[in-house]
Design a protein around this ligand. Structure first.
Ligand code: SF4
Length: 87
């Protein structure tokens, strides 16, 4: 798996679109900065084996039963998706 950014972990609480708090160190960090090793990934479509990306901002959910399959956004949080499959 690629390195995670803070915004892709459960150990991060956003303050605004660019920064937030590292919940383990209580430091203010940039959302797109690389998270330390061992931080827990938050379920997102881009971290799901059912996701195929067509570009940076859009992709497809291969688990969709619809035809055509529905659009999935890489950064969409998937904590309630029952079909989520972690990479
Ligand atoms: S199965 Fe859920 S988490 Fe995975 S790509 Fe489809 S909508 Fe996203």
């Amino acid at each position: 798996m690629e390195k995670l950014t803070y915004r892709d972990t459960r150990n991060y609480a956003p303050i605004d679109v660019t920064k937030g708090m590292d919940l383990l160190t209580r430091e203010i960090v940039m959302a797109d900065a690389e998270a330390p090793e061992g931080y827990e990934p938050i379920p997102k479509c881009k971290l799901c084996t059912n996701f195929t990306g067509t570009d940076t901002f859009m992709g497809t959910c291969e688990a969709s039963m619809n035809e055509p399959k529905f659009i999935a956004y890489p950064d969409m949080v998937a904590t309630t998706c029952e079909m989520y499959q972690a990479m």
